[in-house]
Design a protein around this ligand. Structure first.
Ligand SMILES: Nc1ncnc2c1ncn2[C@@H]1O[C@H](COP(=O)(O)OP(=O)(O)O)[C@@H](O)[C@H]1O
Ligand SMILES: [Mg+2]
Length: 395
């Protein structure tokens, strides 16, 4: 498909089990029992029916993931990375939910089908990848527990949903002192939001599960995943759905980290607005057809080019502003690499367009090369795993 992806497929030991078969196996083997913890907000009646059947299914197939673990909690996706037979394996679930009215028969049917859900009040909350299938069938949209990178205060159940999806991807630790490192955004420079609440909620949940948990800035995780060649000195940018995370690190020490609350969702919404089409339609076209290296063929593609340019211009301006005004940037004689990651960098032509945007700004450091992460959807989780593994080795 895309040039850098094809190349990466040959090089990278990652395996992504998003494909339907393997995902189904994984659903069954993951620790469903933990998806129904007390504070996840289940009503007794629903909880009993659903959790019992999940446990039954799960008990046949549990193959727990062994720590250390890297966990990427993004607006669109939650990704787990762990070591398995000298390989790094990743597993992904959509960070989404969809509600349907509760009935006993539907609850039982969903349990039998291995769908992850919980029951609260009058609703069944369908979680993760299954949420999208249901949304498509019912002609609605999935909802998100995270908005623009941070726990969504507009969704009452966002905390329960995110905990349940995490519990679907990872089991309780097998031994004492197992480490998990989870990604958090930098504070946004373009909004009042703070990551403190978001970080604490996730950390407490992971500690309650039994892990030794610590957070890592998402941009730094990308650097740990991709820039070992420059001794973890460089700029990492993760362009996701809800935001872009930027980190400048020197020898693995984060010197500057921040986020911009624009990303793939912003592109979908703005193009949709401009051409009077739903963002969901724009997203599909963007993910399937967009090639930024060729002239747009129609109005939607034109809009996608315009808003990609807008995003790259916002990002490069932010780099100039933040790095340029910081006293912390060390004087480096050598040029440093800049690596781009996240789902939003997947279209062909991203690198060229980003270089164009960088030509319009001045930075206090020289950039040697612009790189695209080998697996843009997995790099954050892999970097978090690198951090967790390094800490565990020290213990
Ligand atoms: N092939 C693609 N082309 C363009 N955008 C893509 C592609 N695949 C995924 N995306 C976009 O990437 C974003 C999700 O990337 P991800 O890094 O997982 O985000 P997050 O970290 O916010 O969960 C979404 O906005 C999605 O539309
Ligand atoms: Mg991300």
């Amino acid at each position: 498909m895309v040039e850098h992806q094809d190349a990466a497929d040959n090089l990278n030991p990652f395996s992504d089990i998003r494909s339907s078969n393997t995902t189904m196996n994984y659903q069954k083997q993951s620790g469903f029992d933990m998806g129904f913890e007390k504070d996840a907000g289940f009503q007794d009646s629903g909880k009993k029916a659903s959790s019992e059947s999940f446990e039954r299914k799960a008990s046949n197939n549990i193959v727990p993931i062994k720590g250390p673990i890297g966990l990427d909690i993004g607006t669109a996706n939650i990704v787990v990375a762990h070591n398995s037979s000298n390989d790094i394996k990743t597993h992904m679930q959509l960070n989404a939910f969809f509600t349907i009215p509760y009935s006993s028969i539907t609850g039982k049917t969903l349990s039998n089908d291995g769908v992850l859900f919980f029951h609260k009040n009058e609703d069944l909350y369908i979680l993760g990848d299954s949420a999208e299938n249901f949304a498509n069938m019912f002609g609605g949209n999935t909802r998100r527990p995270i908005e623009k990178g941070i726990l969504n205060p507009k969704e009452n159940e966002s905390i329960s949903v995110i905990k349940a999806i995490i519990n679907k991807l990872i089991t309780k630790p097998q031994k004492k002192n197992e480490r998990i490192c989870f990604s958090i955004p930098g504070n946004p420079i373009d909004g009042p939001a703070s990551v403190v609440f978001h970080e604490s909620i996730i950390k407490r949940h992971l500690i309650n599960m039994g892990y030794v948990a610590e957070s890592i800035n998402e941009g730094l995780a990308v650097i740990l995943s991709e820039l070992s060649g420059s001794n973890f000195t460089g700029i990492g940018i993760s362009m996701g759905a809800g935001m872009c995370n930027v980190c400048f690190a020197y020898l693995s020490v984060p010197i500057i980290a921040y986020s911009v609350q624009k990303g793939g969702d912003y592109i979908d919404a703005m193009v949709g607005n401009s051409v009077n089409e739903p963002p969901t339609k724009i997203k599909v076209i963007k993910e399937q057809d967009l090639d930024l290296s060729v002239e747009p063929k129609n109005l939607i593609e034109t809009g996608l080019h315009i808003y990609y340019d807008d995003l790259f211009s916002t990002l490069s301006q932010s780099l100039q502003k933040v790095l340029g005004s910081s006293d912390n940037v060390p004087r480096l004689s050598k040029a440093i690499p800049l690596v781009l990651s996240g789902g939003t960098v997947l279209p062909r032509g991203v690198k060229k367009q980003f270089i164009k945007a960088l030509k319009n700004i001045r930075l206090p450091v020289k950039i040697s090369d612009i790189l695209i992460a080998e697996k843009p959807l997995n790099a954050t989780a892999k970097g978090a795993l690198v951090m967790a593994a390094s800490e565990e080795a020290d213990m």
